[in-house]
Design a protein around this ligand. Structure first.
Ligand code: CA
Length: 264
């Protein structure tokens, strides 16, 4: 499966610092995104540690004899192990350095194996898929707001404009042992996947995201367009996006326009 990637981070229009981090490993067909929180620069430290730890650990596993040929469920397990390791690293750094006390981060990992996409996530950073003009959210936020939606106390529409939407019910760096959600789905040529921080989804509705993802353009420009639109609508937080497009076989050099024409 040929996969095309683009990744972009922007501080937004309000914040001075950048607490989002991304990593892409095309060789091993996976990408990582994290959105940190904490005082001073602790949020940056937590998200950078999470991305570095998962990136290194998962790349090592993918390159190993047991990881190289392993099927998708084992990739999911490896992601969970790496997320636990990142959680431990962050907790350890926080207890050793008073200025890092209470730092934490979200994490979303996306990997491709055979014809499957595997996702691991903690927190409110999201994964989406655009297929046949339809945008689907593939992860469910670990947030107080999502719990209220699940309990029927709020509709999704009310939740999108509710205050306090950034209160997480799960994050890395909070306690020993973190519960990681693992998802495995069939992937097919023409699919377009998006990982993003809440700096994007707090500014853009799903319809606005779908509109950008449905417009034929190179993926690097698409990532920049998402960021530009989030900034145009206020850019209240850091914005991180990773795009992964599954290129159809024999697409040729003009693949992007053909790909976009595949009923997308
Ligand atoms: Ca954020």
């Amino acid at each position: 499966m040929q996969i095309e990637y683009a990744a972009q981070i922007d501080p937004g229009r309000v914040r001075q610092n950048n607490e989002d981090a991304v990593g892409v490993e095309p060789t091993h067909s996976f990408a990582v995104l994290a959105d940190g929180m904490g005082g001073y620069n602790a949020g940056e430290v937590a998200s950078a540690m999470a991305v570095a730890c998962v990136r290194e650990g998962l790349a090592k596993w993918c390159a190993s004899s047991s990881g190289a040929q392993a099927p998708a469920p084992r990739l999911a397990q490896a992601m969970a192990v790496c997320a636990q390791q990142a959680n431990t690293d962050i907790l350890r750094a926080a207890s050793a350095n008073p200025q890092y006390a209470n730092m934490g981060t979200t994490l979303v990992v996306m990997g491709f194996r055979q014809d499957r996409v595997v996702l691991a996530h903690v927190g409110d950073s999201r994964a989406y898929r655009l297929r046949a003009h339809t945008l689907s959210q593939l992860t469910k936020d670990h947030s107080l707001l999502q719990e209220q939606v699940d309990a029927g106390l709020l509709t999704r529409e009310q939740a999108a404009v509710a205050p306090g939407k950034n209160l997480l019910t799960r994050a890395l760096g909070v306690e020993e042992g973190v519960q990681v959600d693992l998802t495995e789905l069939p992937a097919q040529p023409g699919d377009l996947y998006l990982l993003c921080s809440d700096g994007l989804t707090d500014m853009l509705s799903d319809d606005q995201i779908a509109q950008v993802l449905s417009t034929p353009m190179p993926l690097a420009r698409m990532a920049q367009t998402l960021i530009d639109q989030a900034n145009a609508l206020g850019g209240r937080d850091n914005i991180a996006v990773v795009l992964a497009g599954l290129v159809p076989p024999n697409a040729g050099s003009n693949w992007i326009s053909k790909w976009m024409g595949l009923g997308r």
